[in-house]
Write a protein that binds this ligand. Sequence first.
Ligand code: HEC
Ligand code: HEC
Ligand code: HEC
Ligand code: HEC
Length: 129
Amino acid sequence: MKQKISLRLIFILGLFCIYSVLCLAQEDMKFIKSPAFKTYQRPPAVFVHDKHNEKAGLYDCSICHHVYEKGKLVEGAMSVGQSCSDCHKVKKTTADMTPLMDAYHKQCITCHKKRKKGPLACGECHVKK
Ligand code: HEC
Ligand code: HEC
Ligand code: HEC
Ligand code: HEC
Protein backbone atom coordinates (compact mmCIF):
# COMPACT_ATOMS: atom_id res chain seq x y z
CA MET A 1 0.00 0.00 0.00
CA LYS A 2 2.73 2.43 1.03
CA GLN A 3 4.72 1.56 -2.09
CA LYS A 4 1.71 2.24 -4.30
CA ILE A 5 1.40 5.76 -2.90
CA SER A 6 5.07 6.59 -3.46
CA LEU A 7 4.86 5.28 -7.03
CA ARG A 8 1.90 7.54 -7.60
CA LEU A 9 3.86 10.42 -6.07
CA ILE A 10 6.78 9.76 -8.42
CA PHE A 11 4.36 9.69 -11.34
CA ILE A 12 2.85 13.04 -10.35
CA LEU A 13 6.29 14.56 -9.78
CA GLY A 14 7.30 13.27 -13.20
CA LEU A 15 4.29 14.91 -14.84
CA PHE A 16 5.12 18.13 -13.02
CA CYS A 17 8.70 18.03 -14.35
CA ILE A 18 7.55 17.50 -17.95
CA TYR A 19 5.05 20.32 -17.51
CA SER A 20 7.68 22.78 -16.23
CA VAL A 21 10.11 21.87 -19.01
CA LEU A 22 7.39 22.57 -21.59
CA CYS A 23 6.59 25.88 -19.91
CA LEU A 24 10.25 26.92 -19.87
CA ALA A 25 10.57 26.04 -23.56
CA GLN A 26 7.66 28.33 -24.34
CA GLU A 27 9.06 31.30 -22.46
CA ASP A 28 9.04 34.44 -24.58
CA MET A 29 12.40 35.63 -25.97
CA LYS A 30 13.49 38.86 -24.28
CA PHE A 31 16.24 40.25 -26.50
CA ILE A 32 18.14 39.61 -29.72
CA LYS A 33 21.77 38.63 -29.56
CA SER A 34 22.63 36.86 -32.78
CA PRO A 35 25.59 34.50 -32.30
CA ALA A 36 26.67 35.40 -35.85
CA PHE A 37 28.22 38.73 -34.78
CA LYS A 38 30.76 37.01 -32.47
CA THR A 39 31.90 40.40 -31.09
CA TYR A 40 29.50 43.07 -29.90
CA GLN A 41 29.82 46.86 -29.78
CA ARG A 42 26.38 47.23 -28.21
CA PRO A 43 24.29 45.47 -25.57
CA PRO A 44 21.71 43.00 -27.00
CA ALA A 45 18.58 44.65 -28.44
CA VAL A 46 15.41 44.46 -26.37
CA PHE A 47 12.76 42.45 -28.20
CA VAL A 48 10.13 40.57 -26.22
CA HIS A 49 8.91 38.65 -29.27
CA ASP A 50 5.31 37.64 -28.50
CA LYS A 51 4.50 40.67 -26.34
CA HIS A 52 5.99 43.04 -28.94
CA ASN A 53 4.00 41.50 -31.76
CA GLU A 54 0.75 41.48 -29.78
CA LYS A 55 1.14 45.13 -28.79
CA ALA A 56 2.02 46.11 -32.35
CA GLY A 57 -0.78 43.96 -33.81
CA LEU A 58 1.60 41.90 -35.97
CA TYR A 59 -0.05 38.53 -36.52
CA ASP A 60 1.42 37.83 -39.97
CA CYS A 61 4.77 36.14 -39.27
CA SER A 62 5.96 36.75 -42.83
CA ILE A 63 6.23 40.51 -42.16
CA CYS A 64 9.57 39.70 -40.49
CA HIS A 65 10.24 36.03 -41.31
CA HIS A 66 10.10 36.62 -45.05
CA VAL A 67 10.96 34.60 -48.13
CA TYR A 68 12.40 35.93 -51.37
CA GLU A 69 12.64 34.23 -54.72
CA LYS A 70 14.92 35.68 -57.36
CA GLY A 71 15.06 38.93 -55.42
CA LYS A 72 11.27 39.23 -55.15
CA LEU A 73 9.30 39.01 -51.91
CA VAL A 74 7.01 35.97 -51.89
CA GLU A 75 3.75 37.27 -50.41
CA GLY A 76 2.62 35.28 -47.34
CA ALA A 77 5.49 32.73 -47.42
CA MET A 78 7.40 32.47 -44.12
CA SER A 79 10.86 31.52 -42.99
CA VAL A 80 9.91 30.82 -39.35
CA GLY A 81 12.53 28.45 -37.94
CA GLN A 82 15.40 30.15 -39.74
CA SER A 83 17.60 32.82 -38.19
CA CYS A 84 18.04 36.14 -39.99
CA SER A 85 21.73 35.24 -40.12
CA ASP A 86 21.01 32.07 -42.14
CA CYS A 87 20.49 34.39 -45.11
CA HIS A 88 21.90 37.78 -44.05
CA LYS A 89 25.61 37.41 -43.33
CA VAL A 90 27.56 39.77 -41.07
CA LYS A 91 29.85 40.73 -43.95
CA LYS A 92 28.26 41.73 -47.24
CA THR A 93 28.19 38.69 -49.53
CA THR A 94 26.65 39.95 -52.76
CA ALA A 95 25.83 43.50 -53.86
CA ASP A 96 22.08 43.00 -53.49
CA MET A 97 22.08 41.11 -50.15
CA THR A 98 21.56 43.28 -47.05
CA PRO A 99 24.20 42.46 -44.39
CA LEU A 100 22.98 41.31 -40.96
CA MET A 101 23.20 44.50 -38.89
CA ASP A 102 21.54 46.55 -41.62
CA ALA A 103 18.87 43.86 -42.00
CA TYR A 104 17.88 44.16 -38.33
CA HIS A 105 18.06 47.96 -38.33
CA LYS A 106 16.16 48.37 -41.56
CA GLN A 107 13.39 45.96 -40.60
CA CYS A 108 12.89 47.30 -37.07
CA ILE A 109 13.41 51.03 -37.63
CA THR A 110 11.53 51.34 -40.96
CA CYS A 111 8.36 50.06 -39.32
CA HIS A 112 8.79 52.15 -36.16
CA LYS A 113 9.16 55.26 -38.33
CA LYS A 114 6.23 54.35 -40.53
CA ARG A 115 3.93 53.72 -37.58
CA LYS A 116 5.34 56.57 -35.48
CA LYS A 117 5.62 54.05 -32.63
CA GLY A 118 8.46 52.03 -31.18
CA PRO A 119 12.05 53.10 -30.42
CA LEU A 120 14.33 54.88 -32.93
CA ALA A 121 17.32 55.78 -30.72
CA CYS A 122 20.27 53.43 -30.25
CA GLY A 123 19.98 53.35 -26.46
CA GLU A 124 16.27 52.53 -26.52
CA CYS A 125 16.91 49.20 -28.28
CA HIS A 126 20.45 48.50 -27.07
CA VAL A 127 19.58 48.96 -23.41
CA LYS A 128 22.40 48.74 -20.89
CA LYS A 129 21.57 46.31 -18.12
C1 HEC B 1 14.70 49.38 -33.21
C2 HEC B 1 15.80 48.84 -32.48
C3 HEC B 1 17.21 49.25 -32.80
C4 HEC B 1 17.72 50.52 -32.87
C5 HEC B 1 16.97 51.86 -32.70
C6 HEC B 1 19.13 50.39 -33.09
N1 HEC B 1 19.48 49.05 -33.17
FE1 HEC B 1 21.34 48.32 -33.42
N2 HEC B 1 20.59 46.43 -33.55
C7 HEC B 1 19.28 46.09 -33.33
C8 HEC B 1 19.15 44.66 -33.38
C9 HEC B 1 17.86 43.87 -33.22
C10 HEC B 1 20.45 44.15 -33.61
C11 HEC B 1 20.93 42.70 -33.58
C12 HEC B 1 21.42 42.54 -32.13
C13 HEC B 1 22.35 41.40 -31.85
O1 HEC B 1 22.27 40.36 -32.49
O2 HEC B 1 23.20 41.56 -30.92
C14 HEC B 1 21.33 45.30 -33.73
C15 HEC B 1 22.71 45.21 -33.96
C16 HEC B 1 23.59 46.26 -33.89
C17 HEC B 1 25.02 46.15 -34.03
C18 HEC B 1 25.80 44.87 -34.35
C19 HEC B 1 26.00 44.02 -33.11
C20 HEC B 1 26.99 44.64 -32.14
O3 HEC B 1 26.60 44.82 -30.95
O4 HEC B 1 28.14 44.96 -32.51
C21 HEC B 1 25.54 47.40 -33.84
C22 HEC B 1 27.01 47.81 -33.87
C23 HEC B 1 24.42 48.31 -33.62
N3 HEC B 1 23.25 47.57 -33.66
C24 HEC B 1 24.53 49.66 -33.40
C25 HEC B 1 23.45 50.54 -33.33
C26 HEC B 1 23.58 52.00 -33.27
C27 HEC B 1 24.90 52.76 -33.25
C28 HEC B 1 22.30 52.50 -33.25
C29 HEC B 1 21.87 53.96 -33.27
C30 HEC B 1 22.37 54.75 -34.37
C31 HEC B 1 21.38 51.36 -33.25
N4 HEC B 1 22.11 50.18 -33.31
C32 HEC B 1 20.01 51.46 -33.19
C33 HEC B 1 18.24 46.95 -33.07
C34 HEC B 1 18.32 48.33 -33.02
C1 HEC C 1 8.37 42.16 -35.81
C2 HEC C 1 9.04 41.07 -36.47
C3 HEC C 1 8.60 39.65 -36.17
C4 HEC C 1 7.34 39.10 -36.31
C5 HEC C 1 6.07 39.77 -36.77
C6 HEC C 1 7.48 37.69 -35.93
N1 HEC C 1 8.78 37.44 -35.58
FE1 HEC C 1 9.52 35.66 -34.95
N2 HEC C 1 11.38 36.52 -34.65
C7 HEC C 1 11.70 37.80 -35.02
C8 HEC C 1 13.11 38.02 -34.80
C9 HEC C 1 13.87 39.28 -35.10
C10 HEC C 1 13.62 36.82 -34.28
C11 HEC C 1 15.08 36.51 -33.92
C12 HEC C 1 15.66 35.90 -35.16
C13 HEC C 1 17.16 36.00 -35.28
O1 HEC C 1 17.78 36.85 -34.63
O2 HEC C 1 17.72 35.25 -36.09
C14 HEC C 1 12.50 35.88 -34.19
C15 HEC C 1 12.58 34.57 -33.73
C16 HEC C 1 11.55 33.65 -33.83
C17 HEC C 1 11.67 32.27 -33.44
C18 HEC C 1 12.89 31.63 -32.82
C19 HEC C 1 12.52 31.46 -31.37
C20 HEC C 1 13.51 31.85 -30.36
O3 HEC C 1 13.06 32.08 -29.20
O4 HEC C 1 14.72 31.93 -30.65
C21 HEC C 1 10.47 31.67 -33.72
C22 HEC C 1 10.08 30.21 -33.49
C23 HEC C 1 9.59 32.70 -34.27
N3 HEC C 1 10.30 33.90 -34.31
C24 HEC C 1 8.29 32.47 -34.68
C25 HEC C 1 7.42 33.46 -35.12
C26 HEC C 1 6.03 33.22 -35.48
C27 HEC C 1 5.34 31.86 -35.45
C28 HEC C 1 5.50 34.43 -35.83
C29 HEC C 1 4.08 34.76 -36.26
C30 HEC C 1 3.04 34.39 -35.32
C31 HEC C 1 6.57 35.43 -35.69
N4 HEC C 1 7.70 34.79 -35.27
C32 HEC C 1 6.44 36.77 -35.95
C33 HEC C 1 10.85 38.75 -35.51
C34 HEC C 1 9.50 38.60 -35.73
C1 HEC D 1 15.44 32.52 -46.08
C2 HEC D 1 16.35 33.63 -46.19
C3 HEC D 1 16.03 34.88 -45.40
C4 HEC D 1 15.74 34.98 -44.06
C5 HEC D 1 15.65 33.87 -43.04
C6 HEC D 1 15.60 36.39 -43.79
N1 HEC D 1 15.79 37.12 -44.93
FE1 HEC D 1 15.72 39.15 -45.11
N2 HEC D 1 15.96 38.99 -47.12
C7 HEC D 1 16.27 37.82 -47.81
C8 HEC D 1 16.50 38.14 -49.21
C9 HEC D 1 16.88 37.13 -50.29
C10 HEC D 1 16.30 39.52 -49.37
C11 HEC D 1 16.40 40.36 -50.66
C12 HEC D 1 17.79 40.90 -50.81
C13 HEC D 1 18.01 42.10 -49.94
O1 HEC D 1 17.29 43.12 -50.09
O2 HEC D 1 18.88 42.03 -49.05
C14 HEC D 1 15.99 40.03 -48.02
C15 HEC D 1 15.75 41.36 -47.73
C16 HEC D 1 15.70 41.90 -46.46
C17 HEC D 1 15.66 43.32 -46.17
C18 HEC D 1 15.63 44.45 -47.20
C19 HEC D 1 14.27 44.59 -47.81
C20 HEC D 1 13.30 45.08 -46.78
O3 HEC D 1 12.40 44.29 -46.40
O4 HEC D 1 13.45 46.20 -46.33
C21 HEC D 1 15.64 43.43 -44.80
C22 HEC D 1 15.60 44.71 -44.02
C23 HEC D 1 15.68 42.09 -44.25
N3 HEC D 1 15.71 41.19 -45.29
C24 HEC D 1 15.69 41.78 -42.88
C25 HEC D 1 15.58 40.47 -42.36
C26 HEC D 1 15.46 40.15 -40.95
C27 HEC D 1 15.51 41.14 -39.82
C28 HEC D 1 15.35 38.79 -40.85
C29 HEC D 1 15.11 37.94 -39.63
C30 HEC D 1 13.90 38.26 -38.85
C31 HEC D 1 15.40 38.26 -42.21
N4 HEC D 1 15.54 39.31 -43.09
C32 HEC D 1 15.34 36.91 -42.54
C33 HEC D 1 16.34 36.57 -47.27
C34 HEC D 1 16.06 36.24 -45.95
C1 HEC E 1 5.96 45.87 -38.75
C2 HEC E 1 6.23 46.81 -37.68
C3 HEC E 1 7.31 46.57 -36.66
C4 HEC E 1 8.49 45.88 -36.81
C5 HEC E 1 9.02 45.16 -38.03
C6 HEC E 1 9.19 45.99 -35.55
N1 HEC E 1 8.46 46.72 -34.66
FE1 HEC E 1 9.00 47.20 -32.73
N2 HEC E 1 7.25 48.12 -32.47
C7 HEC E 1 6.25 48.30 -33.42
C8 HEC E 1 5.15 49.06 -32.85
C9 HEC E 1 3.86 49.46 -33.56
C10 HEC E 1 5.51 49.33 -31.50
C11 HEC E 1 4.68 50.08 -30.45
C12 HEC E 1 3.76 49.11 -29.77
C13 HEC E 1 2.89 49.84 -28.76
O1 HEC E 1 3.38 50.09 -27.66
O2 HEC E 1 1.79 50.18 -29.12
C14 HEC E 1 6.83 48.73 -31.29
C15 HEC E 1 7.52 48.78 -30.09
C16 HEC E 1 8.80 48.31 -29.89
C17 HEC E 1 9.53 48.39 -28.63
C18 HEC E 1 9.02 49.02 -27.35
C19 HEC E 1 8.65 47.98 -26.33
C20 HEC E 1 7.56 47.05 -26.79
O3 HEC E 1 7.79 45.82 -26.81
O4 HEC E 1 6.46 47.52 -27.14
C21 HEC E 1 10.75 47.79 -28.84
C22 HEC E 1 11.88 47.60 -27.84
C23 HEC E 1 10.78 47.33 -30.22
N3 HEC E 1 9.58 47.67 -30.82
C24 HEC E 1 11.83 46.67 -30.80
C25 HEC E 1 11.82 46.16 -32.11
C26 HEC E 1 12.92 45.43 -32.72
C27 HEC E 1 14.24 45.14 -32.03
C28 HEC E 1 12.52 45.10 -33.96
C29 HEC E 1 13.29 44.36 -35.02
C30 HEC E 1 13.75 43.04 -34.68
C31 HEC E 1 11.17 45.60 -34.14
N4 HEC E 1 10.78 46.24 -33.00
C32 HEC E 1 10.44 45.44 -35.30
C33 HEC E 1 6.28 47.85 -34.71
C34 HEC E 1 7.30 47.10 -35.28
